[in-house]
Every structure is written in structure tokens, then in C-alpha cells.
Ligand binder design. Structure first.
Ligand code: GLU
Length: 482
């Protein structure tokens, strides 16, 4: 078999939608699982939508996501240029070839300013009024300097079929297809034309893209046929949907939450966790395993695991995947990365970040949760004294008052404020007074945090907030206790 060559062909929109990144990932995994080459091609022929710096966003995203291309605009390769706007003359030449062969035609219909599409394309497609112009009519128009587009002459009979590696055999009647524009009046190709020319010229063996392109695929196949080229294999990926408030699902969009790679990164997700999660959007390994490194994904990936059903983007699941990746991070990395989100820089707690970071690493789902989680360390929140009442720990107002008093005495006697001393002092206290450690610590934790669930134990919190602040919180607890 030929060397496998796939491509990722994003349009520079200024952000990387999760759906696009999923396409990149699946193409990359498929290629690397088969020792092939993964090509990056920038599809920027729609100059109206040009966004400054957008190509850089694509490079940056792939780099951060660790998806490495073997050829592309930034690194070159023997099939370049890899930016479509730099290939303008190539497309024109092929479009003219089709016109000569009779597989395409000049269309002089004026662009309707109200519509985005050039010429008069209705929902049923262009009405084909220029399809059968005579040579004289064409020349007359050209001589009059009228601008034109080049349209594909779709056969009016017959079927076009292919075997999609995910969707199976698909067959479409040609008379349902429209005479789509191949070359626009500015000489730029449409995506519909350029993708075929480039996939052929770049030796792409497998086209991997979203299922929104399924309906256009027969038109692409007819272009391959007109040129007499071999067609690549097709792997169309299922649609990614989001869950709406009313429980229904629809195509993933902003109203479902962050949907671009950058937005998720800004929200405190790890690149490797996002990649892990989106690998599961439309693919499953056939085992229970859900947490993967990129290398494991390459090893496990196969097209058999891709399903046709729409995939639902589940933020809770993403959170869980992210928390698993956070737990696996070596602590030094976590400390450094999480610091940027912690809001701790320049505060009284900054010097305690080494320790606080050990408390939060196993407890957060994403970095952005850290400020909220450690808020009580700066300032104790208003809390209800009801928190002191806890049946399981036999905690009452009375025991609470006693134990908090003991805690004040205990920490007053500590000279060397470190976590080991704090831990052992409270262990000793519990042993000496014959009070179960859980019972003893319940009210103390409430008193120093204003919470019943905290990152870390009561000694952890006391260590972080310091001796003076700990005593202050414990003393005011005694005041508020009834
Ligand atoms: N430029 C297209 C997009 O961004 C690429 C589709 C394809 O992979 O062929 O959706």
C-alpha cells in the first residue's frame, strides 16, 4: 500500500473550534498509527473572511496540543505551497481544463448583492441558465468584459457512490446535485474545488473530515472522475452536538459553553486532557479505558472504533477527564501551571503556594476553580453555627466550644510553625484527652475555615493561614458559639 498521507485543512477563522481540532486529531492519530505523513494546509480562499493572525492561531493550537505535522506552510515540504491563496494560478489552470473538456462552464449570471453566494443560487442550486451557452454567446459576454464564474457541469443522469470508511456505501443520484461554483469571479477557487485539486496534487490518500461534508462529497468525486484521477479513501466523522437546556441536542455552539480550544485552555483545562476527551467524541477504544496519553491514543486508534452517531460534548465528562490528568501531573509542573490561575500572586498567601498547591492538586477539576476553592484562606466567610452540629462526629455546641478552646491552647504552645509539628500536636492532644481525632477536629476545621469541606485538614489550613490568624479565627468561633 502507498504511504498514508492525510491532511488537516482548516480555514483561518481566528479560533480553533473543538470540531476542527477533533478532525485534526483523528487525522493525526490515523496517520501516526499507520506511519504516514500528516499535512497541514491552510484553506484561505475566502478572502472576505480574512482574519489577521488567524493562521498563527492554527500553528499555536497544534503546537500546544502536541499534534505535529510533517509538511505545512511553516515547515515546508515538497508539495507546497501549503496555503491555498498562494496556489491561485494552479486552480485556474485546472478549472480551464474542465471547461475545455466540457465538465465545467462559464457562468455570467450577476451576483445578487442580497445573497452571499455568487450568481443566482437558490436553495435548489443554480438554475443552470448558462449551462448551454453557445461559443458565440460566451465570446460575446467575454468581449463585453462581463465577469464570470466557472461552474461544474454535473451529469444529469446516473449515480455517484463511494464506500466511506465510517458511513459505509453511500450512493447519490446526480440529478440531486447542483452545478456548484469552482472558480469565483476574482479567480479564486471555492473550497469545493480547491480541496479536490489539492488533495490530489498533495498525494492525500485518506480524507478525514466532518460529516457536514458528506453531502458535497459526490460532487468532489465527479471532479476526480472528470480529471481521471484516483479518489482517496474517505473517513467522515460524526457531528459533535451540545446538550441544550431543555434536554434536546443541537450542533455544538457557543451557547453550550466554551467551544474553542483557546477558551478551554483559558478556563483551566490541560491540552492533553482536551485531546484525550475529544478523542472520545466519535471514537471509542472498545475497552473501558477512558484516560489516554497522546501516545496511547496513537497506539489504540483505528477507524473501526469510529461511530456514525452524533457525539455529545459533555462538560462534566471533560471535567472528570481533566481532573484525572491533573492528578497525574508531576507536582512541580502542576505548581507552576496552576499558579497562573490561582490569583495568589502578590497576596499574603503567595509564600504558601508550595503547600497550598499540594492541597488542591487532587481536588480540582480545572485550574480556574482554584481561586474560589482557596478564598476562605484569605478571609473566613460568614458561616452558620449550625455547621458545628454533626451527628456522625457527635459534635455539639458544647463539645465544639471545648475542643476549640483546647486547640487554642495547643497551638499557643507551638513554637515551630510547621505542618509536622501541627499534625503531631493534634494527634497527641487527641490521644491525651482520649477524643477521637475526627471528633476533635470537626469543630476546629469549621472554626478556621467556615466550611465543612475544605482542601486539606484543619492542621493544613492552620499551617497555611498562620498561627496568629488561626488563633484569631478560633477565638472568634468561641464568641459566636451559643
Ligand atoms: N477548510 C475546511 C474547514 O475548515 C476543511 C474541510 C476539509 O477537511 O476538507 O472546514
Amino acid at each position: 500500500m502507498n504511504n498514508i498521507r492525510t491532511r488537516f485543512a482548516p480555514s483561518p477563522t481566528g479560533y480553533m473550534h473543538i470540531g476542527n481540532l477533533r478532525t485534526a486529531l483523528f487525522a493525526y492519530l490515523y496517520t501516526k498509527a499507520n506511519n504516514g505523513d500528516f499535512i497541514l494546509r491552510i484553506e484561505d480562499t475566502d478572502q472576505n473572511r480574512f482574519v489577521e493572525g488567524a493562521t498563527q492561531v492554527i500553528y499555536d493550537t497544534l503546537r500546544v496540543a502536541n499534534i505535529k505535522h510533517d509538511e505545512g506552510p511553516d515547515i515546508g515540504g515538497k508539495y507546497g505551497p501549503y496555503i491555498q491563496s498562494e496556489r491561485k494560478s494552479i486552480y485556474k489552470q485546472y478549472a480551464e481544463q474542465l471547461v475545455e473538456q466540457g465538465d465545467a462552464y462559464y457562468c455570467f449570471c450577476q451576483k445578487d448583492p442580497e445573497k452571499e453566494e455568487e450568481a443566482q443560487d437558490s436553495s435548489n442550486g443554480y438554475d443552470r441558465r448558462c449551462r448551454n451557452l453557445t461559443k458565440e454567446q460566451i465570446n460575446e459576454n467575454l468581449n463585453a468584459g462581463r465577469s464570470y464564474v466557472i461552474r461544474q457541469r454535473i451529469p444529469l443522469e446516473g449515480n455517484t457512490s463511494w464506500d466511506d470508511l465510517v458511513y459505509g456505501r453511500i450512493s447519490v443520484e446526480n440529478n440531486t446535485l447542483d452545478d456548484q461554483i469552482l472558480l469565483k469571479s476574482d479567480g479564486m477557487p471555492t473550497y469545493n474545488f480547491a480541496n479536490v485539486i489539492d488533495d490530489h496534487l498533495m498525494g492525500i490518500t485518506h480524507v478525514i473530515r466532518g460529516s457536514e461534508y458528506l453531502s458535497s462529497n459526490p460532487k468532489y468525486l465527479l471532479l476526480y472522475k472528470a480529471f481521471g484521477w484516483n479518489t482517496p479513501e474517505y473517513i467522515h466523522l460524526p457531528l459533535i452536538c451540545g446538550r441544550n437546556e431543555d434536554g434536546t441536542v443541537s450542533k455544538l455552539s457557543k451557547r453550550h459553553g466554551a467551544v474553542s480550544f483557546q477558551a478551554l485552555i483559558e478556563d483551566g483545562y490541560l491540552p492533553e486532557a482536551i485531546i484525550n476527551y475529544i478523542a472520545l467524541l466519535g471514537w471509542n477504544p472498545g475497552t473501558e479505558q477512558e484516560i489516554f496519553t497522546l501516545d496511547e491514543l496513537i497506539y489504540k486508534f483505528s477507524t473501526q472504533g469510529i461511530h456514525k452517531n452524533q457525539a455529545i460534548f459533555d462538560y462534566n465528562k471533560l471535567d472528570w477527564v481533566n481532573s484525572e490528568h491533573i492528578k497525574k501531573l508531576d507536582h512541580e509542573t502542576f505548581k507552576k501551571e496552576a499558579f497562573k490561575f490561582s490569583g495568589i500572586e502578590g497576596t499574603i498567601l503567595e509564600s504558601k503556594w508550595d503547600y497550598i498547591s499540594t492541597l488542591v492538586q487532587s481536588r480540582i477539576q480545572k485550574y480556574s476553580q482554584i481561586p474560589e476553592m482557596i478564598k476562605f484562606m484569605y478571609q473566613i466567610p460568614q458561616y452558620s453555627t449550625e455547621l458545628y452540629i454533626n451527628k456522625k462526629n457527635k459534635s455539639t455546641f458544647e463539645t465544639s466550644r471545648n475542643y476549640i478552646q483546647m486547640a487554642i491552647e495547643c497551638i499557643n504552645s507551638i513554637q515551630d510553625w510547621n505542618i509536622d509539628v501541627l499534625n503531631s500536636s493534634f494527634m497527641d492532644l487527641s490521644a491525651n484527652k482520649e477524643i477521637k481525632i475526627g471528633q476533635l477536629m470537626w469543630p476546629i476545621r469549621v472554626a478556621v475555615s467556615g466550611l465543612t469541606i475544605t482542601p486539606g485538614s484543619a492542621p493544613d489550613i492552620m499551617y497555611v493561614i498562620g498561627k496568629e490568624e488561626s488563633i484569631k479565627r478560633l477565638e472568634s468561633a468561641i464568641e459566636v458559639l451559643p
